[in-house]
Design a binder for this molecule. Structure first.
Ligand code: SF4
Ligand code: SF4
Ligand code: F3S
Length: 278
């Protein structure tokens, strides 16, 4: 990575909560400081850039022109398509227009977070009627499949948010090798999404022994028993969180006593509500 040239990265944030960027700032290998100061040129990112308004939009267009055909486009957040896309606009244009324009000279797109990879929470059914994805929130891949935007090489880095080192590691892989990592059938890097959370979980031996917590504060929970009967989605969820954890490899949900919500899989929010019966 140290010998790689500093390619331009343009990061577009659409219907999102800034959680994916928050996560990235906790990256340890490489750190976000090393990534954006030493290894790449982050030419546009709402939260991290100094420029604002017209100057920010000019910086995006300058970076596109100067690096046409080679820049990395990172997208976090879903893209609203209902009502002409007016549910979310930046600098007077819809997210869909900005995505289409910025894709023109991109070498690849990295969809960071479950919102960009699958639609995520913005695409979930509303809790109250009408229970619809009212903004028509779409993932980058869905828009490519529908022919709404051009098809470019796409890497999905799912998770709500994704593990910080999985975001930075995926970007770093492309910078170092100039190619995509091996991907699974949902365009996710197999190195990070090749195993279920369950198969890497420190509570797995309790699952195998039939030792389950039945309440979050019962004796089983205090002994670190398996959380499957409390709704854990680890067996059907593919992610690296048990081994590449948050906050410099410190922790992940089951370390703090909570089951997996399935945050790196499509429609995880709707599936959780359905399981809850609500
Ligand atoms: Fe926020 Fe989750 Fe969407 Fe990331 S994937 S922008 S953390 S809601
Ligand atoms: Fe599997 Fe969840 Fe139990 Fe861990 S807590 S062993 S992921 S079911
Ligand atoms: Fe997400 Fe489940 Fe890991 S909720 S962070 S995939 S434990």
């Amino acid at each position: 990575l140290a010998t790689a040239r500093r390619p331009s990265v343009i990061w577009l944030s659409f219907q999102e909560c800034t959680g994916c960027t928050e996560s990235l700032t906790r990256s340890g290998t490489p750190t976000v400081e090393a990534l954006i100061l030493d290894h790449l040129s982050l030419d546009y990112h709402h939260t991290l850039q100094a420029a604002s308004g017209a100057a920010a939009e000019q910086a995006r267009r300058d970076a596109m022109a100067a690096n046409y055909g080679s820049y990395v486009l990172v997208v976090d957040g879903s893209i609203p398509t209902a009502d002409g896309g007016v549910w979310s606009t930046i600098a007077g244009v819809t997210n869909l227009e900005m995505l289409r324009e910025t894709m023109e000279g991109a070498a690849l797109v990295i969809a960071v977070g479950t919102c960009a990879a699958y639609g995520g929470i913005p695409a979930a059914a509303a809790v109250t009627a009408p229970r619809l994805n009212q903004s028509g929130a779409s993932s980058v891949g869905d828009l490519m499949d529908a022919g709404t935007i051009p098809s470019l090489p796409l890497v999905n880095v799912s998770g709500c948010p994704p593990v910080p080192d999985v975001i930075s590691g995926t970007i770093a892989y492309f910078l170092a090798y100039g190619s995509l990592p091996e991907l699974d059938d949902q365009n996710r890097p197999r190195a990070y999404y090749g195993k279920t959370v369950h198969d890497q979980c420190p509570r797995l031996s309790h699952y195998q022994n039939g030792e389950f917590a039945l309440a979050f504060d019962d004796e089983g929970a205090q002994k670190g028993y398996c959380l499957y009967l409390l709704g854990c989605k680890g067996p059907e969820t593919y992610n690296a969180c048990p081994t590449v954890r948050w906050n410099l490899n410190t922790s992940f949900p089951m370390h703090s006593g909570h089951g997996c919500l399935g945050c790196s899989e499509a429609a995880f929010w709707d599936r959780a509500l359905a399981a809850d019966g609500s």
